[in-house]
Design a protein around this ligand. Structure first.
Ligand SMILES: NC(=O)c1ccc[n+]([C@@H]2O[C@H](COP(=O)([O-])OP(=O)(O)OC[C@H]3O[C@@H](n4cnc5c(N)ncnc54)[C@H](O)[C@@H]3O)[C@@H](O)[C@H]2O)c1
Length: 372
């Protein structure tokens, strides 16, 4: 592993964890001529050998610690269940590998902080796979906001709601120790990321949140998702709602559920209200087209714009992987140490703390308490 990989050498990559996320990373790397997946790791022997065979990957490991001992790896994608993000990412960074970590960066702010600090000390890239930020609707809206189209944005809503979308009753997702939380940390982190990115990364100051577990513990709301089953009982929330005060006075509501009695199966989006215009991204059942609306005045008349967006690759993973490879190959690494992932983890910590305590929580109190 050299400090500045030659632009002639493809990046040598290992993928750790081969569920939905790992397979998506693998397929994204395989599209790139300047990345070469040389190793895979997953404790599931059938999954490991079949993916290795299909894609002709030479080095296969059932133990994630073994893949990290390879001297020839430049970068690692961490696509394991959440409780393994920190140990795998930290071990990889300490060995000088660059890391693309699935969301959430970690189960908690302090865990995320430990990964970010390791990336800084190691002088390596740490990116979090916030793939929905790479969507074409988000990119178009970001551009519109930057040209002043919405003016001052004072209120925002971010939501991801499912009717029956618990990712496998009994899977690791429903185990508090392994997942860190329920839909808030799983889906909420995506739309929180979309909103904060569109708003220009304002600091979160205060959170008031509530969480509920009404359907999951009664065996309702499960989906047929193919997830790693661990026989867990239902230990996390199935719905969360939060009110977040941001620096500059903007407020953000965040609403997320895996299971709740509502209409559509799966719907997520972000709504922004500015003093020159408003905007909505609304994605129902993962539809790819016609997801962005902009509201403004034309000649003093209320006007609705429906930008014609490029279809893109769907959920943005291939762009995230492309950007990660480009960043590593650029040699310009110091700005890419996962700070966005840490900021989201701290807000989610504050949401859980607020829900537990039944009161508003100041982010600065929470961060200083975790540092003492
Ligand atoms: N960005 C997205 O859109 C997106 C979508 C799905 C999942 N994710 C994230 O990806 C991660 C994995 O989720 P998933 O849906 O792929 O889960 P999954 O249950 O489908 O797959 C997890 C995989 O990790 C493997 N694994 C378990 N322990 C391991 C270890 N010690 N070393 C290596 N592999 C190990 C399992 O055998 C399984 O193959 C989670 O952090 C999740 O939040 C992100």
């Amino acid at each position: 592993m050299t400090d500045h990989p030659s632009s002639l050498q493809p990046l040598r990559v290992g993928v750790v964890g081969l569920g939905y996320a790992g397979r998506t990373h693998l397929e994204s790397y395989l599209q790139l001529p300047d990345a070469h997946v040389i190793a895979l790791a997953d404790p599931d022997p059938e999954r490991l050998s079949s993916l290795g065979k299909i894609h002709d990957i030479p080095h296969l490991y059932q133990d994630h610690q073994e893949i990290l001992t390879r001297e020839d790896l430049d970068a690692v994608s961490v696509c394991t269940p959440n409780h393994l993000h920190a140990p795998v990412a930290i071990a990889a960074l300490e060995r000088g590998r660059h890391v693309l970590c699935e969301k959430p960066l970690a189960r908690s702010g302090p865990e995320a902080e430990a990964i970010v600090q390791t990336a800084i000390q190691a002088g390596r890239v740490l990116k979090v796979a916030f793939n929905h930020r790479a969507r074409a609707d988000v990119a178009a809206l970001k551009h519109y906001i930057e040209t002043g189209g919405l003016g001052h944005i004072y209120y925002a809503k971010a939501y991801w709601l499912r009717r029956s979308g618990i990712p496998g009753l009994g899977s690791w997702f429903t185990n508090k120790e392994m997942a860190g939380g329920g839909p808030l940390i799983d889906l909420g982190v995506h739309v929180l990321d979309m909103a904060l990115y569109l708003l220009g990364e304002p600091q979160a100051l205060m959170v008031s949140a509530a969480i509920y577990a009404e359907l999951g513990p009664r065996g309702r709301g499960g989906s047929r998702a193919d997830k790693m089953m661990v026989g867990s009982d239902y230990q996390v929330e199935d719905l969360a709602s939060a009110f977040i005060r941001l620096a500059g006075g903007t407020t953000l509501t965040l609403e997320t559920s895996w299971a709740t009695y509502r209409r559509a199966n799966d719907e997520f989006g972000v709504t922004l209200y500015g003093n020159e215009g408003g905007a909505e991204i609304r994605v129902v059942n993962y539809v790819r087209e016609d997801t962005l609306r902009i509201y403004t005045d034309v000649a003093g008349l209320p006007t609705e714009l429906a930008p014609q967006l490029p279809r893109g690759d769907g959920y943005g993973h291939s762009q995230v992987v492309r950007e990660f490879v480009d960043t590593v190959r650029s040699g310009d690494w110091s700005a890419h140490v996962g700070r966005d992932g840490l900021a989201r983890a701290r807000i989610i910590d504050a949401c859980y703390a607020s829900a537990l305590q039944g009161r508003e929580v100041l982010l600065c109190d929470l961060v200083s308490a975790s540092q003492t």
